[in-house]
Design a protein around this ligand. Structure first.
Ligand code: BES
Ligand code: MN
Ligand code: ZN
Length: 495
């Protein structure tokens, strides 16, 4: 889908569809809707009278062949209350528009950029939402498969002051949207099609395409370095673990250029290991590498956006399976950092691989570290499927992530990190145990990881509840969401 800007009035555009966003309570007696109503000889006012559409968020009404317009269809999309309009909703209504009339090889959609939308940040959001809307999780269907897409998404308005700025904003958004769909493709892949090796291959291939440095540590290299927490989780599977390391350096980087490290959980399948999970919904654990895929995506965005900071990506990729050589509950391992861990539950594997990933990021020179992981069911219990959990050792970094998440249109909620929670991780035999009991499960997981970052400012994003949508939305298919990518992109941008 090409993203374009066109400086024209809505009655001058020729194509398949014209989309006009409508706020709640707007009428055809004045303003924009009055002009649009004129373009379809009063048909729109009938539609409003019949209350087919009132402007509520994501409501839709379609008018065919409006007489005085040069488009096949006029689509009115509800944008909700004017006062509640924000960047998240901007992205969503563009998505709703794109999904609504889409079919295989649909030609051009003109999205009317209302005068109220006069800030280029919205252009980025429209493009992101439009691109993300077209993802379809049907990769392995062999019948009746018709990929729906628009050839062109055209942001249209007669009043655009600087079309070139809007085009830039669309391009930036297109990069995030397309990279988001790449992340979602990875998350959607079943574990037989995406082993740690294949995830590493994907990272290498994309790194090459976009000019990132990529290094993959093999099992023997991790053994030499003493990354025994990653190895312990991976040892039950015949698919060997990999440690993916990606680097983005801006062209004009100097010694004083900040280094932000992103660490992502890359468990390609989480059966629980010897502490095996129940069969019900275990299939969903193919998504346990969502954090890792998001980190790979964030580096791809940094490269395409030509970010001005250094970004380091660290993704430990493993498969957590039970077998005759799997780790057992009660095992003690010496992690890369030197700290020893008593493994109480082999299903608390994410924090183990991240312990080594975080410590390695620190060794590679990270000055701030953000990790992202489908880490705990407890986070889903606490926050449901609307907010990611956010925790950290450094409030300034947490605040930056909160600001980035607002800019991104992704919701996050900070959970407390009082030091007393650490007591739940005391072991009789080792420095730490890997589970802290039922209470405050999302927090104790974070407290565990905090032990491995030393005093480098660090924050942790738990996406266990938000990486996958159980239901489709007007603007998004069900399945993988790519949650977190947009926040990390904004964080890198504003760092
Ligand atoms: N990958 C899971 C967390 C998860 C659960 C993600 C549900 C998405 C949906 C993680 O590895 C895990 O199993 N966590 C355990 C930790 C427990 C054993 C301390 C959990 O949350 O039950
Ligand atoms: Mn687990
Ligand atoms: Zn897991």
């Amino acid at each position: 889908m090409k993203l374009e800007v066109l400086k024209k009035q809505f009655d001058q555009v020729e194509g398949d569809a014209l989309v006009v966003p409508m706020f709640e309570g707007e009428s055809c007696e004045q303003g924009l809707l009055r002009e649009v109503d004129g373009g379809c000889e009063g048909l729109l006012s009938h539609v409003l009278e019949a209350e087919d559409v009132r402007g509520k968020l994501h409501e839709r009404a379609v008018l065919f062949r409006p007489r005085k317009l040069k488009v096949q269809r006029l689509l009115v999309v509800g944008a909700g209350k004017r006062k509640d309009f924000n960047l998240e909703r901007a992205s969503q209504i563009a998505g709703t528009a794109v999904r609504s009339l889409c079919k295989p090889r649909a030609a051009s959609l003109f999205f009317y950029c209302r005068p109220e939308f006069d800030q280029a940040a919205l252009g980025q959001k429209f493009a992101e939402g439009a691109c993300l809307a077209l993802f379809d999780p049907n990769a392995y269907k062999t019948e009746d498969k018709k990929d729906k897409s628009w050839e062109r998404f055209v942001l249209t308005a007669p009043h655009l002051m600087h079309p070139e700025l809007w085009q830039q904003a669309l391009d930036r958004g297109g990069i995030v949207g397309r990279t988001g769909n790449f992340v979602r493709t990875l998350v959607n892949e079943p574990a037989n099609r995406l082993t740690p090796t294949l995830l590493a291959d994907q990272a290498k291939e994309m790194a090459e395409r976009y000019g990132l440095r990529c290094e993959v540590l093999e099992e023997h290299q991790m053994r030499e370095k003493g990354m025994n927490a990653i190895l312990a989780v991976g040892q039950g599977s015949d698919n060997p673990p990999k440690l993916i390391v990606l680097r983005y350096d801006p062209p004009d980087a100097s010694d004083s250029t900040p280094v932000l490290a992103l660490v992502g959980k890359g468990v390609t399948f989480d059966s629980g290991g010897i502490s095996i999970k129940p069969a019900h919904r275990m299939d969903e654990m193919k998504t346990d590498m969502a954090g890792g895929a998001t980190v790979i995506g964030a580096l791809l965005v940094a490269a395409q956006w030509k970010a001005t900071i250094r970004v380091l990506g660290v993704v430990p990729a493993v498969e957590n399976l039970p077998s005759g050589h799997a780790q057992r509950p009660g095992d003690v391992i010496r992690s890369f950092s030197g700290k020893t861990i008593e493994v109480i539950n082999t299903d608390a594997e994410g924090r183990l691989i991240l312990a080594d990933g975080l410590a390695y990021a620190k060794e590679l020179g990270a000055q701030s570290i953000v990790d992202i992981a489908t880490l705990t069911g407890a986070c889903v219990v606490a926050l449901g499927r609307l907010n990611a959990g956010l925790m950290g050792s450094n409030q300034q970094l947490v605040d930056r992530i909160l600001a980035a998440s607002r800019q991104a249109g992704e919701r996050m909620w900070q959970l407390p990190m009082d030091d007393e929670y650490k007591k739940q991780l005391r072991s009789e035999i080792a420095d730490l145990k890997n589970t802290g009991g039922r209470d405050a499960g999302a927090i104790t997981a974070a407290k565990f990881m905090q032990e491995f970052v030393g005093n480098v400012p660090w924050a942790h994003i738990d996406i266990a509840g938000v990486d996958w949508a159980e239901e489709s939305e007007p603007y998004l298919s069900k399945g993988p969401t790519g949650y977190g990518l947009r926040t990390l992109a904004e964080l890198i941008q504003g760092f």
